[in-house]
Design a protein around this ligand. Structure first.
Ligand code: HEC
Length: 149
């Protein structure tokens, strides 16, 4: 009886093994973890959603030739667009040089869009600049993921 039970176990194992091997495998997330507190994370993601919604406003306004709206919306996402008092003071020290460079590229790019719109840029010029700014979004998203401290 004991031997039967053992043989049964082996049989079950043999039957079950292929289904175990067929378990789905997920691609490994190779992005560098950016460790931030809950407050910092909330701030960062809030800024990200503003980036996205401003890009929507800028593209729609550019398509209508409304350069006044383009200039105002782009300046709001530029280097001076975010009040210093709203930025968690603990954040700066955690930023790598690459992070700072990509964020600076995005902010500076929005300032350049604001200047170009104020100087009477064409819609095509604006959309080209938005594409250039978004290289920073893409590069940073490919490099980093947020991890809670
Ligand atoms: C310096 C790095 C950096 C730059 C530049 C950057 N992002 Fe992000 N963004 C992140 C990180 C990190 C996350 C969180 C990703 C994760 O944890 O998986 C994120 C998340 C987001 C999210 C999700 C927000 C949410 O509520 O979950 C949006 C939308 C977004 N980014 C838009 C943008 C846009 C648009 C730009 C460019 C104008 C941009 N980001 C530029 C680093 C960056």
């Amino acid at each position: 009886m004991l031997k039967f039970a053992r043989n049964l176990m082996i049989l079950i194992a043999i039957i079950a093994l292929p289904s175990l091997r067929a378990a789905p495998t997920f691609a490994e997330d190779t992005r560098e973890p950016a460790v931030r507190t809950a407050v910092e994370r909330e701030f960062i993601l809030g800024q990200m959603r503003l980036f996205l919604s401003s890009i929507q406003v800028i593209l729609s306004a550019a398509a209508e030739g409304d350069m006044k709206t383009v200039a105002a919306e782009a300046a709001a996402r530029g280097r001076k667009g975010t009040p210093a008092s709203s930025i968690p003071p603990t954040m700066k020290a955690k930023e790598t040089a690459a992070w700072t460079g990509l964020m600076g590229g995005a902010r500076g790019g929005f300032d350049a869009i604001a200047d170009a719109a104020a100087a009477g840029a064409t819609p095509q010029d604006i959309t080209g600049r938005v594409g250039d700014v978004m290289r920073n979004c893409v590069a940073c998203h490919q490099s980093y993921r947020l991890v809670q401290e």
